[in-house]
Design a binder for this molecule. Structure first.
Ligand code: NAI
Ligand code: MG
Length: 474
């Protein structure tokens, strides 16, 4: 049992003013593993005040100072890797392969930002004017539960890189992970007030953050419905927004694809993070001429994927994050059948042999049309839709016919052809033939997948604004 009863303000772990408690669970066993004492709007105000006091000094830091802070944060995360893995395993339950990537990526985010700061032009000229890229002030960050470490680290890295200070409202159900990460980050010895973290609910602490007059920018990762509420709340004080939201990403299997290579990539793009990934390739677009062959392979290989607890290194799909989310995913599995799609594999209920834990069956629907709700709405679980297309133009049209535009995948035996198709796709990232994660590539989406981009110079641009100084001619 771990009882998280502190929040992090002004460089110290402090007892919150809020006194409501929330239970924390292991999603693989449903066992209660701890509690978190939630902060409230008063705690948020104190955190913003600390960040505001720390801002002027942070804004004046040099590139070298910011890079040194980022390197210390990277080292602190690396040093705490084993504790981070243990916390994420217990409280989130993702497969070990995914947890290993997440923890390594959390350190790498700081490293990548250090390189971005090094090459970023903070001082520029435009005409005869001197232009300086300036931080905006206190940044407010709101993060979800599906990759707690990575999202906190990314948002903190952007704040440091830009010379801002930050107040983070993390997902309340990930409080053990947040605490273990904070214990690492604390070791980096940032100046007081640069990093502040207040546990609390979205409607209380999140809403207080988005409305606070001393917060200049909100960087949010989460659902599109929550983003709408945040946008409205940010309007009155003209806050800048970076929004990284949901997706319904297409995986286009071209008609020349080698199925030995393509089918495993299509499945793991769809089932990544147990399907709880904004980038999940949840619509698999297949050529009608090869539909029967491809769906047979998808079924065969999906049924080979091991579902279970993270301790087993062979597991590819873990539990869903919580009971309410499990119910929500089940409702989509029912909906698909009501809409007339065919269950290729999976279905409602728990996988055989897993009576405890919020496990869903890896589910694939065929005979899906792109107008069905299961093809249009983000399910955020291991539920994929196979949609047949007639030719390449049709594939591109279906891929782009979405409210979202976060990520896309193209699979082909001919890489140049895949890249030609990629150039027609409306997506923040297009991944060709299972290319590995590129930590330097900009991240974010078109349409309802969000606003702005994270990572590298694109990420810094969103956290900075130019001031031009115009001088009379001599
Ligand atoms: P959510 O978007 O409601 O929560 C994400 C964060 O926003 C949490 O920290 C939450 O406390 C905060 N929040 C919620 N309401 C808020 C408000 N009114 N003002 C300020 N902050 C607020 O996501 P939730 O409820 O955890 O998951 C629901 C669905 O959202 C998922 O099933 C999935 O479809 C989607 N989702 C997408 C994510 C992504 O990575 N794009 C991440 C998490 C969820
Ligand atoms: Mg919600």
């Amino acid at each position: 049992m771990r009882n998280i009863d502190r929040i992090y303000i002004d460089g110290a772990f402090v007892t919150p003013h809020g006194n409501r408690c929330l239970d924390l669970f292991n999603p693989a066993t449903e066992a209660k593993i701890g509690t978190v004492r939630l902060g409230d709007a008063e705690d948020l105000r104190i955190a913003v005040a600390a960040a505001k006091r720390a801002f002027p000094a942070m804004a004046r830091t040099s590139k070298a100072e910011r890079i040194a802070m980022l390197h210390r944060l990277r080292d602190a995360v690396k040093a705490g890797s084993a504790d981070l893995v243990a916390a994420m395993t217990e409280e989130y339950g993702a497969p070990a392969y995914f947890i290993a990537f997440s923890v390594q990526n959390t350190a790498s985010v700081f490293e990548v930002m250090a390189a971005s700061v090094e090459s970023y032009a903070f001082e520029r000229t435009a005409g005869s004017s001197a232009v300086t890229m300036l931080p905006l002030g206190v940044v407010g960050a709101i993060t979800p539960w599906n990759s707690n470490f990575g999202f906190i680290a990314t948002k903190l890295a952007h704040a440091i890189g830009s010379g801002s200070t930050i107040v983070i409202k993390p997902a309340e159900q990930s409080a053990i992970q947040t605490q273990v990460l904070l214990e690492c980050l604390h070791e980096a010895g940032l100046p007081r007030g640069v990093l502040n973290v207040v546990n609390g609910t979205g409607p209380e602490v999140g809403a207080a953050l988005t409305a606070h007059p001393d917060v200049a920018l909100i960087t949010f990762t989460g659902s599109t419905p929550a983003a709408r509420i945040i946008q409205r709340s940010a309007l009155d004080t003209m806050k800048r927004l970076v929004l990284e939201l949901g997706g319904k990403s297409p995986t286009i299997v071209l008609d020349d694809a080698d199925l030995d290579a393509a089918v495993p990539v299509a499945l793991m793009s769809g089932f990544a993070n147990s399907g709880q990934a904004c980038v999940a390739g949840s619509r698999i677009l297949v050529p009608r001429s090869r539909e029967a062959e491809i769906t047979a392979r998808l079924k065969l290989e999906a049924e080979r994927l091991r579902v279970g607890a993270p301790a087993d290194p062979e597991v590819r799909i873990g539990p869903l994050a919580n009971a309410a989310h499990w119910e929500r995913v089940q409702s989509y599995i029912r909906l698909g059948q009501e809409e007339g799609a065919t269950l290729l594999t999976g279905g409602e209920g728990r996988p055989q042999g897993l009576d405890k834990g919020w496990f869903a069956k890896p589910t694939i629907f065929t005979d899906v049309t792109n107008t069905m709700r299961i093809a249009r709405e983000e399910i955020f679980g291991p539920v994929l839709s196979v949609i047949a297309y007639d030719d390449e133009d049709d594939a591109v049209a279906i891929a782009n016919d979405s409210d979202f535009g976060l990520q896309a995948y193209v699979l082909s035996s001919d890489e140049d052809r895949a890249i030609r198709v990629a150039r027609h796709l409306v997506a923040g990232r297009v991944v060709i033939n299972g290319a590995p994660h590129d930590p330097h590539a900009p991240f974010g989406g078109f349409r309802r997948s969000g606003l702005g981009r994270e990572i590298g110079a694109y990420g810094l641009d969103a956290f900075l604004e130019p001031r031009a100084i115009l001088k009379p001619a001599r």
